[in-house]
Write a protein that binds this ligand. Structure first.
Ligand code: AMP
Length: 227
C-alpha cells in the first residue's frame, strides 16, 4: 500500500502514520522527522533546515525532494510506504510523480485530513515530544505514564519549538498558501479521499480501515499484520 497523508499541521497525520505503518508493515516516511533528525545530529543539511523550521516556514524544495528521492529508493519502500508531510508544494508533488514513475511505484491513495482550526490549535499547543526518540504525546489526550517522561525510552518530554503560538501561525500560513493547492492537484488525479482530522484516533482509524477495504487496498503489497 502506498499512501500520502495530506493536511494541516495538527491534523493527526503523524499519529495515524505511526499506527498505519505498524498495522500494514509499510515504511513511514516523514520529512519533518528526517529534518529533525538531521538537526539533532547537526549535519550540514540539518543546520540549513533549522533557519526555516524555527520560523515555521518550509525548507527549500530541492533539499526535501532529494531527501525523499533517496529514501524511496531504499529497499524497504518496495513493500509499501506512507508519506507524512510530503509533498507540501506543487514542485514537490510534480517531482514525486516523476520519482514514483521512475520507480514504478504509483500512489494508491492520498488521504486528506480535513481539520478545523480549533482542533489544530488544541492539538499543537498540547503536543509534547520525546527529546530523544521523538515519540509524540499530548497533555490531555495522550499522556505518558509518568508526567514529563517518555514511556518508550525514559527521556524528558519537551514542546517542539515550532509548536509555540507565534510559529504555529506561520506554519498555518505556509500550509494555506503552499500546500492547500495540492488538494485540487490530487483531486484531479482521482486519488484523493477526504477524511475528518477532527475525529479522535480510534474513530478515524476505524474509518480508514473501512476506506481501505472499500478501495480494495488490503490485497496489495504491505499486507496487514495480524493483531
Ligand atoms: P512537520 O513535522 O511535518 O510538521 O514538519 C516540521 C517542519 O519541517 C515544517 O514546518 C517545515 O519547516 C519542515 N518540513 C517538513 N516537511 C517539509 C516539506 N515537505 N517541505 C518543506 N519543509 C518541510
Amino acid at each position: 500500500m502506498r499512501l500520502i497523508l495530506l493536511g494541516p499541521p495538527g491534523a493527526g497525520k503523524g499519529t495515524h502514520a505511526q499506527v498505519l505503518s505498524k498495522n500494514w508493515n509499510i515504511a513511514h516516511i516523514s520529512t519533518g522527522d528526517m529534518l529533525r533528525d538531521a538537526l539533532r545530529a547537526a549535519t550540514p543539511l540539518g543546520l540549513k533546515a533549522k533557519e526555516y523550521m524555527e520560523k515555521g516556514g518550509l525548507v527549500p524544495d530541492e533539499i526535501v525532494i532529494a531527501l525523499v528521492r533517496e529514501r524511496l529508493s531504499k529497499g524497504d519502500a518496495k513493500k509499501g510506504f506512507l508519506l507524512d508531510g510530503f509533498p507540501r508544494t506543487s514542485q514537490q508533488a510534480e517531482s514525486l510523480d516523476e520519482t514514483l514513475k521512475d520507480l514504478t511505484m504509483p500512489i494508491d491513495l492520498v488521504l486528506y485530513f480535513k481539520t478545523s482550526l480549533a482542533v489544530i490549535i488544541r492539538r499543537l499547543s498540547g503536543r509534547r515530544v520525546c527529546s530523544k526518540c521523538g515519540k509524540t504525546y499530548h497533555l490531555v489526550n495522550f499522556k505518558p505514564k509518568i508526567q514529563g517522561i517518555c514511556d518508550a525510552c525514559g527521556a524528558d518530554l519537551m514542546q517542539r519549538s515550532d509548536d509555540r503560538e507565534d510559529v504555529i501561525e506561520n506554519r498555518l500560513k505556509a500550509y494555506e498558501k503552499q500546500t492547500e493547492p495540492l488538494i485540487d492537484y490530487y483531486k484531479k488525479k482521482k486519488v484523493l479521499a477526504e477524511v475528518s482530522g477532527d475525529l479522535e484516533v480510534p474513530e478515524l482509524s476505524e474509518e480508514l480501515e473501512k476506506l481501505f477495504a472499500k478501495k480494495g487496498l488490503g490485497a496489495q503489497v504491505g499486507s496487514k499484520n495480524k493483531k
